[in-house]
Design a protein around this ligand. Structure first.
Ligand SMILES: Nc1ncnc2c1ncn2[C@@H]1O[C@H](COP(=O)(O)OP(=O)(O)OP(=O)(O)O)[C@@H](O)[C@H]1O
Ligand SMILES: [Mg+2]
Length: 303
């Protein structure tokens, strides 16, 4: 199949509208109608811990939007809010214009079907082979005949360069291969929005380059809107149209990779330059070290 050598013409023929949309240069003042995801004034707390105090975020159609931020700032939590797995304490999450919090279960499921998700660990089903892992959502949601299903699965595997691994079991795959299989599974239902949570973690530079290229291809060739959560400033710089830097419950900076690189904000500099201590402290909030060591404030130490 010529898909790998000539992906653009093939996919263009299939989805002309989306590609046209994706390739349209988007002016900085893009209209609100371009927003696939709109988060406004978001507040979210887990117990007494405030994860987000006032967060605004927009992911626009056909673009790659990056979400960066120190570990524990709430990047994964933001994805769970966007996909309606948890509800905000205040503010709004809108997907394709619909307020997620007001959707009934049926509409929420319909909305999630328009979203493909690449989980950090790949989350492949360990007792199914690669082919069946990708076929799984198709079997769940459609009544495709076996020959059509086979063509669909093999096309997606071919697109990630792993058609030859169709009958391998997840345990036989390297980390990078597993990530590519998970990507094939994430796009098998032709999602309009693709969400990646830490797609580069634990990959060698070559596998990382492969995933970067695939994310770009998924976005440009299929016209998919992408949200990429990652710490990898360098990789994000290569693929993101717009980046958001989260810290302490809100967005502290946003803009194109070039705009962020040019920023002289202390927190942006700390994050982009990889400095251990700065506005973002190295330590998670903790009681006084001496007191904790000697059990003064630790109930387990007092007994
Ligand atoms: N179900 C939960 N119960 C309690 N606390 C939670 C829960 N989920 C997340 N948190 C807390 O919310 C904060 C944000 O977590 P989250 O996983 O969103 O961070 P992250 O930015 O994705 O971090 P990382 O970069 O390490 O993946 C953390 O302090 C975490 O301890
Ligand atoms: Mg996370």
């Amino acid at each position: 199949m010529p898909l790998r050598r000539r992906p653009k013409p093939l996919e263009r023929r299939r989805q002309p509208d989306r590609v046209t949309e994706a390739q349209r240069p988007i002016a900085p003042s893009a209209q609100a109608g371009d927003a696939v995801v709109e988060v406004a004034g978001l507040r979210y707390a887990v117990g007494r811990r405030e994860i987000f105090t006032d967060l605004d975020f927009v992911a626009r159609r056909g673009r790659v939007t990056a979400v960066m931020g120190p570990s524990g700032t709430g990047k994964t939590t933001l994805l769970r809010l966007i996909t309606g797995q948890v509800a905000p304490s205040a503010g709004e999450v809108r997907m394709w214009g619909a307020n997620v919090a007001t959707l009934g279960q049926r509409d929420l499921f319909a909305l999630r079907r328009r979203i493909g998700m690449l989980f950090q660990n790949g989350a492949l089903l360990t007792d199914l082979d690669v082919f069946e892992n990708i076929a799984f959502p198709v079997r769940e949601h459609t009544n495709l005949t076996e020959p059509l299903l086979r063509e669909l699965v093999l096309t997606k595997l071919h697109a990630v360069g792993l058609r030859g691994a169709a009958r391998m079991m997840p345990a036989e795959l390297s980390g990078g291969m597993a990530r590519r299989v998970a990507l094939a599974r994430a796009v098998v239902m032709d999602p309009e929005l693709l969400i990646y949570d830490e797609p580069f973690v634990g990959l060698d530079p070559i596998s990382m380059g492969v995933i970067v290229r695939l994310i770009r291809q998924m976005n440009r060739v299929l016209g998919i809107t992408s949200i990429v959560v990652s710490h990898d400033v360098h990789e994000l710089g290569a693929i993101a149209d717009e980046s958001y830097l989260l810290s302490e419950g809100r967005c502290v900076a946003s803009g194109s990779p070039d705009e962020l690189r040019a920023s002289d904000s202390e927190i942006v500099r700390q994050f982009l330059d990889g400095v251990a201590d700065g506005p973002v402290p190295f330590h998670y909030p903790a009681p006084d070290y001496r007191e904790q060591l000697f059990g003064v404030d630790d109930p387990r130490g007092r007994g």
